[in-house]
Design a protein around this ligand. Structure first.
Ligand code: RTP
Ligand code: MG
Length: 140
């Protein structure tokens, strides 16, 4: 067990649908704290850095198009094992398969879209968290 930070994004679908407060409510109800919060429309350069591991995959271009389509809420959360913990709150990548009770299972609607629109992003490892926090909050 260790205190960690994780980078969470409320993606354009969640932000546009007014679900930012609901996502933050679940994060805080779990017991994690907010270390930084910003509303930004991501640039393609920011997204190229953020999603470097996915470059060349079939969903990469639609993903960058989707993620740059409007504002997102970028959030740094903090708490015991919050990297794995937030991934658990978020649920499986595909909202149709995500368990009820999870953010994606309860709120995600990916049908008819070019890419999975699944409300949130969460860092997947301590190394990713440090890297991603540096992209979205260079001054933190
Ligand atoms: P995230 O990075 O956003 O937290 O999600 P994840 O780890 O669960 O999923 P990842 O494999 O890292 O994929 C990044 C995002 O790309 C979109 N995606 N769409 N086949 C598809 O349509 C597809 N596959 C991936 C999703 O928005 C996913 O969250
Ligand atoms: Mg990922």
């Amino acid at each position: 067990m260790s205190t960690e930070r994780s980078l969470v994004l409320v993606k354009p679908d969640g932000f546009q649908r007014g679900l930012t407060g609901e996502v933050l409510r679940r994060i805080e109800a779990k017991g994690y704290t907010l270390a930084a919060l910003a509303v930004v429309t991501p640039t393609r350069e920011q997204l190229a850095a953020h999603y470097a591991e996915h470059e060349g995959k079939p969903f990469y271009e639609p993903l960058v198009d989707f993620m740059s389509s409007g504002p997102v809420a970028a959030v740094v959360i903090e708490g015991q094992d919050c990297i794995r913990g937030f991934r658990s709150l978020a649920g499986a990548t595909n909202p149709t398969e995500a368990a009820p009770g999870s953010i994606r299972g309860d709120l995600g609607r990916d049908w008819g879209q070019a890419v999975q629109q699944n409300i949130v992003h969460g860092s997947d490892s301590p190394e990713s968290a440090v890297r991603e926090i540096g992209i979205w909050f260079p001054d933190l």
